[in-house]
Design a protein around this ligand. Structure first.
Ligand code: HEM
Ligand SMILES: N[C@@H](CC(=O)c1ccccc1NC=O)C(=O)O
Length: 285
């Protein structure tokens, strides 16, 4: 019964005796999750908790991105393109959350950050193994990045495995070839431990899809999902760059890089070059 005291009645059916039952906190291991925020500044700076949580939530979403990209690659290898479109769309939405989230950290002023930046030592996002694995899985491979993880054998092994694995785009192009599209052999046989680079000969193959979407509808849809994913990746990089610029200006990074200049150069990278190059050709004779 709702009495007019603006209070919701707890229904009789609601389980309140939770001894020996699965609970919310138990299932989610919240005791461990919520005990993992340890500011290192002394005295503790109020805003360091924001900094930690922004990174930890990003790492949780990155874990899911990797999980989904792995799944998509397995589905593509099994010729299940239709099924792969759902997890691919999920990746895109996670990226949107990750990009939106920058606005929370942007409330950190340069003065506040300067008060605890010194406590971070040489730690840096550059050392994020999951971030590097996502970059690798999308085609931005670089064996030199493994050096950073030599002191962390598990991370090193994970990244080494990712380096050797065909990328999302490799799997997609292999599927195109199995579908009868004339994907050049030089691409299908490429050394997958190297960064993917532009292959001009692939552009007319992709153009076949864009010139006749109804014949290749699922391929067409997949190409556009990949373009969304590259766009979203660039939006994340750009937001990072802007937050870094407003927070530390032109200071060098804690990881030892030049800072803003180094991050700026990442904006020149591309995962799926032919999917962008084809746009110049569409509608041309
Ligand atoms: C005030 C906030 C931040 C500042 C000032 C900052 C600054 C920097 C700088 C200067 C670098 C270049 C490497 C270095 O020399 O340290 C870097 C790299 C990186 N940061 Fe941040 N960062 C911030 C927040 C974040 C957050 C919230 C994340 C999310 C996980 C993140 C992830 C990364 C990643 C993945 C890299 C490597 C990028 C690449 O290799 O292109 N950063 N950051
Ligand atoms: N590289 C940043 C420090 C930083 O942002 C950071 C430090 C520890 C863990 C993650 C970080 N995030 C991104 O680089 C800086 O130079 O201020």
């Amino acid at each position: 019964m709702t009495v007019n005291d603006n209070t919701r009645e707890i229904e009789a059916g609601i389980v309140t005796d939770l001894r020996d039952r699965m609970t919310y906190g138990g299932y989610l291991e919240l005791d461990r999750l919520l005990a993992a925020q340890h500011p290192v500044s002394v005295p503790e700076h109020h805003d360091e908790l924001l900094f930690i949580i922004q990174h930890q939530t990003s790492e949780l979403w990155m874990k899911l991105v990797l999980h989904e990209i792995s799944h998509v690659r397995e589905l593509l290898a099994a010729d299940k393109l239709g099924e792969a479109l759902k997890p691919l769309a999920r990746v895109k939405h996670i990226q949107e959350v990750l990009t939106q989230q920058w606005s929370v950290l942007a409330t950190l002023t340069p003065s506040e950050y300067a008060q605890f930046r010194g406590s971070l030592g040489n730690s840096s996002g550059f050392q994020s193994v999951q971030y590097r694995a996502i970059e690798f899985s999308l085609g931005n491979k670089n064996a030199k990045m493994l050096q950073v993880f030599e002191a962390e054998p598990e991370s090193h092994a994970m990244l080494e495995a990712e380096l050797a694995r065909p990328t999302l785009y490799d799997e997609f192009l292999r599927l195109l070839a199995r579908r009868g599209l004339p994907v050049p052999a030089s691409i299908l046989e490429r050394d997958v431990t190297r960064a993917y680079t532009m292959h001009e000969e692939l552009v007319p193959v992709i153009k076949e899809i864009y010139d006749d979407p109804s014949t290749h509808w699922d391929l067409y849809e997949a190409c556009e999902e990949l373009v969304d994913i590259e766009d979203n990746f660039q939006f994340w990089r750009f937001r990072h760059l802007r937050v870094v610029t407003r927070t530390i200006g032109m200071k060098i990074g804690t990881g030892g890089s030049s800072g803003v200049g180094f991050l700026q150069r990442a904006l020149e990278l591309t995962f799926f070059p032919e999917l962008f190059a084809v746009r110049t050709e569409i509608g041309r004779a």
